[in-house]
Design a protein around this ligand. Structure first.
Ligand SMILES: N#[N+]C[C@@H]1[C@@H](O)[C@H](O)[C@@H](O)[C@@H]2O[C@H]12
Length: 466
């Protein structure tokens, strides 16, 4: 592989930016099992709700699925070499529950554990620290057939799964993320049904969210019991800072509703041990089936909070309609602003302001940005490289916001760009490319994008400064 660093086009300001970060700051990239692995029917892997959802007509763009994806299952050596050439200090990936427990519980598929053994050993051999997400949405189908996350039993099945993985990898993996974005699993999967398993029932979303958090709390001690003493366990939440479009009282009301629904629904139980007061009433729904002790379990102390952030929320109150927390009026696209292919406003200060809010309002000892990135229209002409200047600018401006947040007191310890490589973007299929490495799916060729060279150059400059 060409000397990847000589291909980067860093400015003097970029070099200054790299030097702004403290020694020990962790630079990584993130992926998820169903989005990159493929090998969907190999070596004993069972079916997941995303296999089922993708196979359901009309659910995923052009009927695409994760059967092959980026074929990572067959390219471990190539992809770990790619990560090493980029200079990554860490790699965040997820474990496919159906590879480990094809029925969701019970019989262990050791071939599945062997795959992650090989991945972890390959990363460690290259000096790359594994950050393992135990659940990134691929619930085994048999558990969904019993009701999935709306059933309390699934929380216990998840904790059993987490322990099986920790027993195998806990001697080498010291950084664990229990869940990825339970808000998406609950609301997109069970509330409005645009994600797997495709249930459209807002009460089910609250019940699923509760059991996801219960699974998190049940799993934390079981992960710790099988990991090295210096291990750390956290959770990753998708969060966004909420801004008021004006000072009107109805706008202030809607800002509070949007914050409750988008952020505090999960932040408050996990970090404060209680749901946000009045939250369920604002939604016009019943409380989920909370049992004695649940909130104590859910709020079991964690070592860090993982933050996934892509954009901000801008809210404009509407007196004619008293919204429910999940129906707040967001401001229409702003002509002067820049938007990604996902329709998300590019607003770098949103990440900085979010980290500062979390620092101010929640007693988090450590923060990691576990996902941040952008989808833009990337094209590859079959040779040369992929020009993606908008992604370079997105990364540059958001990373600059991290430096400001740290300088203002945020306990930020690391950043994982989403994503290492283009991948299956859920209901959008392969139509949205988030990678700093381009995947030519017909050939599975990996082509480092301009943003990948830039990120590698930033990491090299950071390492040279320390
Ligand atoms: N959409 N989008 C990109 C990205 C998605 O690909 C990840 O799997 C999720 O954790 C999170 O939603 C963010």
């Amino acid at each position: 592989m060409q000397d990847i660093h000589n291909m980067s086009q860093l400015t003097s300001a970029d070099l200054e930016l790299a030097r702004a970060f403290p020694e020990g700051f962790l630079w990584g990239a993130a992926t998820a099992s169903y989005q990159i692995e493929g090998g969907a029917f190999e070596d004993g892997r069972g079916s997941s709700i995303w296999d089922d959802f993708s196979a359901t007509p009309g659910k995923v763009f052009q009927g695409e699925n994760g059967n092959v994806a980026a074929d990572h299952y067959h390219r471990l050596a190539e992809d770990t070499e790619l990560m090493s050439s980029l200079g990554l200090g860490a790699y965040r990936f997820s474990i496919a529950w159906p590879r480990i427990l094809p029925e969701g519980r019970g019989a262990i598929n050791n071939a599945g554990l062997d795959f992650y053994d090989r991945l972890v050993d390959g990363l460690l051999a290259k000096g790359i620290t594994p950050y393992v997400t135990l659940y990134h949405w691929d619930l085994p189908s048999p558990l969904q057939q019993e009701g999935g996350w709306v059933k309390r039993e699934t929380a216990f099945a998840y904790a059993d799964f987490a322990e099986v993985v920790a027993k195998r990898l806990g001697d080498r993996v010291t950084n664990w993320i229990t869940l990825n974005e339970p808000w998406c699993s609950a609301y997109l999967g069970y509330g409005i049904g645009i994600h797997a398993p495709g249930v459209q029932d807002r009460q089910a979303a609250l019940d699923a969210g509760h059991h996801l958090m219960l699974g998190h709390g049940l799993a934390v001690p079981r992960i710790r019991a099988h990991s090295a003493p210096n291990s750390q366990v956290g959770i990753t939440l998708n969060l966004a800072h909420v801004y008021a479009n004006d000072e009107r009282p109805e706008t202030q009301r809607d800002v509070a509703l949007a914050d409750a629904f988008s952020n505090r629904w999960f932040l408050d139980p996990i970090l404060r041990g209680h749901y946000t007061e009045g939250f369920f009433e604002q939604l016009g729904l019943n409380a989920p089936p909370v049992q004695d002790g649940d909130l104590a379990t859910i709020s079991t102390p964690i070592d860090f909070l993982g933050v996934n952030n892509y954009t901000r929320l801008l809210v404009k109150g509407n007196t004619e309609r008293i919204p429910l927390a999940d129906q707040v009026s967001l401001v229409a696209p702003i002509p002067s602003a820049c938007y990604t292919e996902m329709g998300w406003e590019v607003y770098p200060n949103g990440l900085r302001d979010l980290l500062l809010r979390l620092t101010k309002d929640y007693a988090v000892s450590k923060l990691y940005v576990t996902e941040n990135g952008a989808a833009f229209k990337d094209a590859w002409n079959g040779n040369g490289h992929v020009s993606d200047p908008r992604r370079v600018d997105y990364l540059r401006t958001h990373i600059a916001g991290l430096a400001e947040a740290i300088q203002q007191g945020a306990p930020l310890r690391g950043y994982f760009v989403w994503s290492l490589m283009d991948n299956f973007e859920w209901a959008e299929g392969y139509s949205k490319r988030f990678g700093i490495v381009y995947i030519d799916y017909p050939t599975q060729k990996r082509v480092v994008k301009e943003s990948g060279y830039w990120y590698a150059g930033l990491l090299k400059a950071f390492n040279q400064a320390h």
